[in-house]
Design a protein around this ligand. Structure first.
Ligand SMILES: *[C@@H]1O[C@H](CO)[C@@H](O)[C@H](O)[C@H]1NC(C)=O
Length: 388
């Protein structure tokens, strides 16, 4: 096949464009290079910027509140994982955290709508594809569906817009009439990152069943041989999203709870059982506060609280073993991912933090995903892992 990846020079300047040979029997599997540009640290330092972390947790809370609401609209039922937020968090979610570029915490690559290349974040924790106003100008190939959407973002402001459909391509795979939510504003404040492409199940979508998520359009239009995608997220360069198959060995699978629209699987860490949402849109691992405190005690760390979140500090020279099990797959966090930064006084902070995002589950983000190759199979509704 023709590998016609549109590429805006400079946008993904440091990522090499590497195309894997198609896996045997997978004619339309394609690899999209991803890049992540920043962290939760102060500039040029390994000291954690706790305001950035707080803003990230707030944006997650807003995202999850939005997806849970979408689920209720779509199914008529309260989301099974929904947890009532305390009053003060409901308030905080509407605007006291400074505007932070939450988009910088995510993984982005390029998509093309109506011939226009848009750098976008791929997010397995949500379902809709929405972009800044200036990233996409409707043209002769686009259709205005008249359908409106709204979503809350990191600072509690609301983005809103209209759903269009347009010709679409991603790394040479083309599809027609793919839904794109064009905002009325530029709600993501980052030139290198102009939108969010949700890759969860359609039950979490706000656009409605007529306007499915982009991967569903690729499946429905038979553009991928398998309804499967694989994220290989690395701490350094070389992260990829592979559409249509597995790039690498045969994964060890867990069944997804199909009742709720997330990529949710049961897990265990150091003997603590939990439900896990596999979310590429989360930088660390966010657990309910009590679970995070339990894990911290379990590994001999000391907890501290900041802006309503629970953190676990330990002596950097003695990193704890934090071992996750999903199904028959067990993997301890690497030394690079056990901690995401240090305190002012030089203690390491565990990548599992406690925060209330309004769901009874752990949000296992990059600090976990950077240890594995994660394969998401829509047909079998399974998530599988191999070691990186
Ligand atoms: C995904 O599920 C389908 C349907 O059972 C199966 O045929 C396919 O082999 C699976 N793909 C991977 C990569 O596991």
């Amino acid at each position: 096949m023709q590998l016609g990846l549109s590429f805006v020079a400079g946008l993904i300047a440091t990522s090499a464009l590497v195309f894997a040979a198609p896996a045997p029997g997978v004619s339309e599997a394609i690899e999209i290079p991803l890049e992540k540009r920043s962290s939760l640290l102060h500039a040029d330092s390994n000291v954690i910027d706790f305001q950035k972390v707080a803003a990230h947790v707030t944006s997650l809370r807003n995202k999850y509140q939005g997806t849970l609401n979408n689920f209720k609209v779509n199914t008529g039922a309260e989301h099974p994982l929904r947890r009532e937020l305390p009053e003060e968090l409901k308030k905080r979610a509407t605007g006291t955290v400074a505007l932070t570029d939450e988009s910088e915490q995510l993984w982005h690559g390029n998509v093309v709508f109506g011939g226009q290349t848009i750098p976008i974040d791929f997010d397995t924790g949500s379902a809709d594809l929405v972009v800044n106003r200036d990233a996409y100008t409707p043209g002769s190939s686009s259709t205005n569906t008249g359908r409106a959407w709204t979503a809350a973002y990191g600072d509690g402001t609301t983005a809103r817009g209209t759903v269009y459909t347009d010709s679409f391509s991603i790394a040479g795979i083309s599809a027609s009439k793919v839904a794109i939510g064009r905002a009325t504003t530029d709600f993501l404040n980052d030139a290198n990152n102009q939108g969010i492409a949700g890759m969860s199940f359609p039950a979490l979508s706000q656009f409605g069943s007529q306007y499915p998520p982009f991967f569903d359009s690729l499946i429905n239009q038979k553009k991928v041989d398998q309804s499967v995608f694989t994220f290989t997220l690395k701490a350094g360069s070389g992260s990829t999203l592979f559409l249509g198959g597995v790039s690498g060995g045969s994964p060890s699978y867990s069944n997804v709870d199909t009742s709720n629209g997330f990529w949710q699987i049961p897990g265990r860490v150091n003997g603590i059982s939990f439900e896990s949402i596999q979310d590429t849109g989360t930088t660390v691992i966010v657990a309910p506060n009590s679970d995070a405190a339990n894990l911290c005690n379990n590994v001999g760390g000391s907890t501290f609280t900041q802006d309503g979140s629970t953190y676990c500090a330990y002596t950097c020279s003695r990193p704890p073993k934090v071992s996750f099990t999903f199904g028959s797959f067990t993997k301890a966090l690497s030394s690079a991912t056990t901690s995401f930064g240090q305190t002012n006084d030089g203690r390491c902070v565990l990548s599992v933090i406690g925060g209330d995002v309004g769901v009874n589950a752990w949000v296992t983000g990059d600090s976990w995903l950077q240890n594995v190759r994660a394969t998401f199979n829509r047909s079998t509704r399974q998530v599988g892992f191999t070691s990186q």
